[in-house]
Design a binder for this molecule. Structure first.
Ligand code: C6P
Length: 408
């Protein structure tokens, strides 16, 4: 079922733009999404009416700003169905959230000879931090493989989870295949052996209903900018008792209770992990983004994007010079990565830009995944609630034209 995308589009000022006289066709939502008017106006109003630093001032606008910032935390907590809002830590984004776990949890809990289990389809943000930790500690990384459809092969999971495994860290939705991974299964198996699980949910939270209590994941990370919110803010969710036992991440203002010349004590959660002045207006903007997503409904958004992906794949199947990657539509979110035979992905993206079409070309921060496929790069079209079937048609026409152009 498709959403009434034309109505939704009216809420996004940038979508009225033209590129070289052609309407903007924004199909790079997995990289970052566009922002509705409500997010822009809310942030603007915050700066114009209530802006001040938070948790410090006793004057009216400082109290208002603090209230709005904490209201944003509550909104995120409700959105993810956490047990308490103390389990929500604001970070700069997914990357920082995962690195927070690496430093504050990983340094304490991973030792020489230990193992961390990842998948072969991790974004570099959920691979490089663990490589750095493994190098520092003398630990080892292991990988759940993917098959020719871009789905995880779980046959070996029991033997991949060993007495030495200290953490499973995996993406919920692949940013390259679009695969919705069977995270519940992995969590159940890992927990049966007492192993905590971190979900990189950067491509999941914007598109799927995510309930952390139902999932029972131990950590979960995502970014605001991929879900209609501003850049510069993201979230780390972690179970309260795990956060309590973790060391602070950054040291400085706000994360302390008492400071002496030679030592300090730490603030209660979540302050312990939010050192320095935070991205205050961005938190307010993230709340507005979640409010907007809730008015449409994540189930409807997912159905819409999946229908667009299905339609794209049907069209792609008819194009013999095009290869696309990943699982069948029912197992994926709304993105499709592909290649046109004999044409470099960057050339494809540059030609599409002449038709006002924005797609990502490159390795999408999944170099090892591309290497396993024998590729250096691919083109990726990724959809969101405001994209239309007509835009997919424009993409298909432009790709056919690209093929003709390069064959000349
Ligand atoms: N993927 C893409 O085009 P940050 O940059 O911290 O907001 O998010 C990093 C990140 C982590 N995990 C996954 C699964 C992701 O997709 C991303 C961001 C973008 O695919 C930019 S590289």
């Amino acid at each position: 079922m498709l959403l009434e995308a034309q109505k939704i589009r009216a809420d996004f000022p940038i979508l009225k733009r033209q590129i070289g006289g052609k309407p903007l066709v924004y199909l790079d939502n997995a990289a970052s999404s566009q922002k509705p008017q409500s997010v822009l106006l809310t942030m603007n109003a915050f700066y114009q009416v209530s802006y001040a630093n938070i948790h410090r001032g006793v004057y009216t606008i400082a109290e208002e700003a603090t209230e709005l910032y904490e209201k944003a935390r509550e909104t995120v907590a409700n959105f993810l169905n956490t047990k308490t809002h103390r389990e929500i830590i604001f970070t700069r984004g997914t990357t920082e959230a995962i690195n927070l776990v690496r430093f504050s949890w990983g340094r304490k809990n991973v030792q020489s000879g230990d193992e961390i289990l990842l998948t072969e389809m991790e974004h570099h943000s959920n691979l490089v931090p663990w490589q750095l930790l493994a190098q520092e500690k003398g630990a080892k990384l292991k990988f759940i493989p993917f098959d020719s459809q871009g789905k995880l092969v779980l046959d070996q999971l029991d033997s991949l989870l060993t007495d030495k495994t200290k953490l499973v860290a995996m993406n919920f939705v692949s940013n390259t295949f679009g695969t919705i991974n069977p995270v519940e299964k992995v969590i159940a198996k890992a927990h049966a052996k007492g192993i905590p699980v971190l979900l990189d949910a950067a491509q999941a939270v914007p598109h799927l209903t995510v309930d952390v209590q139902k999932l029972d994941c131990d950590f979960l990370a995502f970014s605001s900018h991929k879900m209609l919110g501003p850049t510069g803010i993201g979230v780390l969710y972690a179970k309260e008792k795990i956060l309590e036992a973790m060391d602070p991440f950054l040291g400085g203002g706000e994360m302390i209770k008492e400071v002496h010349w030679d030592h300090s004590t730490w603030n209660d959660l979540p302050g312990k992990f939010e050192a320095g002045t935070q991205s205050i207006a961005e938190a307010v903007g993230l709340k507005a983004a979640i409010d907007y997503l809730k008015t449409i409904g994540l189930e409807k958004i997912h159905d819409h994007e999946q229908a667009l992906a299905r339609y794209t794949m049907e069209q792609f199947s008819e194009m013999k010079e095009l290869t696309f990657y990943g699982p069948p539509p029912k197992d994926r979110c709304g993105l499709v990565a592909f290649n046109l035979q004999g044409i470099h992905p960057h050339d494809v993206a540059a030609v599409l830009d002449r038709s006002g079409i924005c797609v990502r070309a490159g390795h999408h921060c999944t170099q090892p995944l591309h290497r396993k496929l024998g590729l250096e790069a691919s083109v990726r079209a990724s959809y969101y609630l405001y994209n239309t079937k007509e835009e997919v048609d424009l993409l298909i026409d432009a790709l056919k034209e690209t093929t003709r152009f390069f064959k000349k």
